[in-house]
Design a protein around this ligand. Structure first.
Ligand SMILES: Cc1cc2nc3c(=O)[nH]c(=O)nc-3n(C[C@H](O)[C@H](O)[C@H](O)COP(=O)(O)OP(=O)(O)OC[C@H]3O[C@@H](n4cnc5c(N)ncnc54)[C@H](O)[C@@H]3O)c2cc1C
Length: 409
């Protein structure tokens, strides 16, 4: 049986590694549009912040050789033909498969894609982006940058470049940064603290609505709330859409069965897959690394052993990079809020019928693993939740309590 993956990213690498660990000995081909061994997008900002390039190859830079994989790199796949079991790349080459693993992730979305033709304007999604930004910063001796987009990836970009020593302006259309992973109060708290701790100029309720260039080289940007700024580097990180066109003809994601099957011979996983939420059951794209890993393992197990089902995804967000000020959230911010705040630490848990429906923890996330377990298990914690969030102990302490069944409602 010949297995082909479309994508060489986190889900595809995990899938291939699991196939081999489960004893699959057949031929495997990985087809990817970039030219690198599998890397972790989660850590590529560290490369920009100064870490060696090698650290991004999270399963080793010799992955293809080690797992006996034929790689076809620099080959974007443009169509999948399930009837003929054939994929076709942009250059017109075809590859047949018995089983396909489709894990193409997501791509950056640009309001003005033509801006990318200007030297100094970049996306912030792939290793190709990071290598280009790194080279550009060095070659042009860049000391100041504008980051457009204050979501998870935009803040990651701003912090990585700030860590590298650049003066940063972060532009975000909402009233607070990280608006999708925070509630109103926590988001304002996080925004104020990030400003205070980094000196990053955070410009809210604004967008970048124009750029200026000289001979194709960026010279500045203008803002929707008036004013402009000279800069030779603009990072655009305002959103992503799933790379599902080759499968469905649209960029809305791919629906999968509990076995991660989109078709009897096609598995699909990661940031392109539509899966149910573990707690709420709501279908969606839950684009995080742990979900991608669990989905890839489910698919590999099913392919080799013919059993296993995906339990469901969780919408966790963990921002813990470049600065000692972590922010963690999960679930939905609805229900009765229980809040604790002291100095730089802010914790809020939302309760519905005595169970955690969502949480946001800022500044000291020591017990976030434990809160996550309580959320995931939907255990009743009405009586103890106030003590838990006001008592900054390590996860290990709570794990022991959980094992001894000492937490109750
Ligand atoms: C900057 C950044 C920071 C992040 N930080 C975190 C974090 O801290 N924690 C967390 O949980 N998640 C984080 N994420 C999200 C996480 O990286 C993804 O959830 C995870 O990589 C999903 O795995 P995937 O395999 O679906 O996608 P990817 O790892 O993105 O892999 C997709 C692969 O498909 C390839 N591809 C795309 N289109 C085609 C095509 N048409 N033909 C062939 N190949 C194609 C790509 O080149 C790539 O190899 C971050 C993402 C980014 C961009």
């Amino acid at each position: 049986m010949k297995v082909v993956t479309v994508g060489t990213g986190m889900a595809a690498a995990e899938f291939v590694q699991r196939l081999r660990l489960e004893g699959f000995e057949g031929p495997i081909t990985m087809v990817g549009d970039e030219n690198y061994p599998p890397y972790s997008p989660c850590v590529i900002p560290f490369f920009l912040a100064g870490e060696p390039l090698d650290t991004v190859y999270w399963k080793g830079s010799d992955f293809y050789e080690r797992y006996g994989v034929t790689s076809r790199l620099g080959s974007p796949v443009v169509s999948v033909d399930p009837e003929r079991r054939l994929i076709t790349t942009a250059s017109g080459k075809s590859e047949s498969y018995d089983r396909l693993f489709y894990a193409t992730g997501a791509k950056s979305w640009y309001p003005n894609p033509e801006w990318l033709d200007t030297s100094g304007v970049f996306g912030f999604k792939t290793l190709t982006d990071m290598v280009a930004i790194d080279r550009y910063v060095l070659e042009h001796n860049v000391t100041r940058a504008v980051v457009f987009g204050g979501g998870f990836i935009g803040v990651d970009a701003a912090l990585a470049l700030w860590h590298r020593g650049l003066e940063i302006t972060l532009v975000h259309r909402n009233t607070r940064v990280l608006s999708q992973m925070t509630d109103e109060d926590g988001g304002h708290f996080a925004t104020d603290k990030l400003r205070e701790k980094t000196g990053i100029n955070i410009r809210l309720k604004a967008t970048v609505d124009g750029i200026t260039a000289d001979h194709g080289q960026l010279t500045g940007v203008s803002f929707s709330d008036g004013g402009s700024m000279e800069t030779t580097l603009l990072i655009i990180a305002i959103g992503v859409s799933p790379n599902s066109e080759a499968m469905t003809g649209q960029d809305k994601g791919v629906t999968v069965s509990p076995q991660m099957l989109a078709d009897p011979t096609i598995y699909c996983a990661g940031d392109v897959a539509i899966t149910p939420h573990l707690v709420t059951g709501k279908d969606g794209i839950y684009a995080t690394y742990p979900n991608a890993m669990a989905q890839a393992r489910t698919a590999a197990r099913h392919l080799v052993q013919g059993d296993g089902e995906y339990a469901g995804s969780i919408n966790t967000n963990v921002l813990k990079k470049h600065i000692d000020f972590p922010i963690v959230s999960a679930g939905s911010f609805s229900g009765e809020p229980v809040t604790w705040q002291q100095g730089d630490i802010w914790r809020r848990v939302y309760m519905v019928e005595g169970k955690i429906s969502g949480y946001l923890i800022i500044g000291d996330t020591r017990m976030s693993g434990y809160i996550f377990q309580l959320y995931r298990s939907q255990k009743r914690v009405d009586m103890s939740i106030k003590t838990i969030i006001s008592s900054p102990k390590h996860d290990g302490y709570y794990r022991e309590m959980l094992r001894a069944n000492m937490i109750n409602s």
